[in-house]
Design a protein around this ligand. Structure first.
Ligand code: KIV
Length: 262
């Protein structure tokens, strides 16, 4: 059974953490049997499963439903669930209410998007028994404020802010820090500065673990896949083989290569 202490030990022993999104029971069983450590019920399900053009329309009820499905199919992996847009930004009490519902649905940890302005919420949840993963860099729920899905932390001031945000979340009790779409040199600096594990998506090879959106890495998402993703189905004859290839590539430090990094 993968727990917070397993992840912490993996960081200390420099063993890479393999994480994938997962939204349902059958794939949950398959993914963990192929060695995926963390199953993320990502609000990317709004795009991959529900057909929306962003994650914004995903509701708390949707997240609870898919978390329940994944939890029924999973017995070993750590289950991480996103708090959807609008369910946690208003106040820390609102965040606790949303987080307690996804935890009751079977999650072991919740993920929230945002830097320094979410640190108090991280602390509030952590002190009340809810492990938190802080999602920094490109936070897709803010796509309209960013003006698109763009690389973050590129200039010195933005990089400094991201590093400070990561440290502040860790001090507040975050169990994981996830960085999306940031230069690998910045993700390396953050990973070295933190005691808790980091997970990267489009953040280079130096993070303690990697995550991809399942539908992107299986090549079944009809929309445009990002530069940092890779189709692991190519050359494989089953979904299980593709998952295994991804897990091995992460564990052996072969993914992401420069072509999938910034
Ligand atoms: O929702 C999701 O799938 C995510 C990943 C992009 C990390 O948050």
């Amino acid at each position: 059974m993968v727990t917070l202490s397993t992840l912490q030990k993996m960081k200390e022993q420099q063993q890479k953490i393999a994480m994938l999104t997962c939204y349902e029971a059958s794939l949950a069983t398959l993914l963990e049997n192929e060695g995926v450590d963390i199953l993320l019920i990502g609000d990317s399900l709004g795009m991959t499963v529900q057909g929306y053009s962003s994650t914004l329309p995903v509701t708390l009820a949707d997240m609870c439903y898919h978390t329940t499905c994944v939890a029924r199919g999973s017995h070993n992996a750590l289950i991480l669930a996103d708090l959807p847009f609008g369910s946690y930004q208003q106040s820390k009490e609102q965040a606790f209410s949303a987080a307690s519902q996804v935890m009751a649905s079977g999650a072991h940890m919740v993920k929230l998007e945002g830097g320094h302005y979410m640190v108090e919420t991280t602390q509030f949840l952590q002190q009340r028994g809810i492990p938190v993963c802080a999602h920094l860099g490109l936070t897709p729920q803010s796509v309209n404020a960013f003006g698109g899905y763009k690389i973050q932390g590129k200039n010195e001031a933005a990089a400094k802010q991201l590093l400070a945000d990561a440290k502040a979340h860790e001090e507040a009790g975050a169990a994981l820090v996830l960085m999306e779409c940031v230069p690998s040199s910045l993700a390396k600096e953050v990973t070295e500065a933190l005691t808790c594990p980091t997970i990267g998506i489009g953040a280079g090879i130096y993070c303690d673990g990697q995550v991809l959106v399942l539908h992107d890495m299986l090549g079944i998402y009809a929309g445009k896949s990002p530069k940092f993703s890779k189709n692991f189905m190519l050359g494989q004859s089953s979904i299980g083989q593709a998952i295994k290839a991804y897990v091995m590539a992460v564990k052996n430090n072969e993914f992401p290569s420069l072509e999938h990094s910034y």
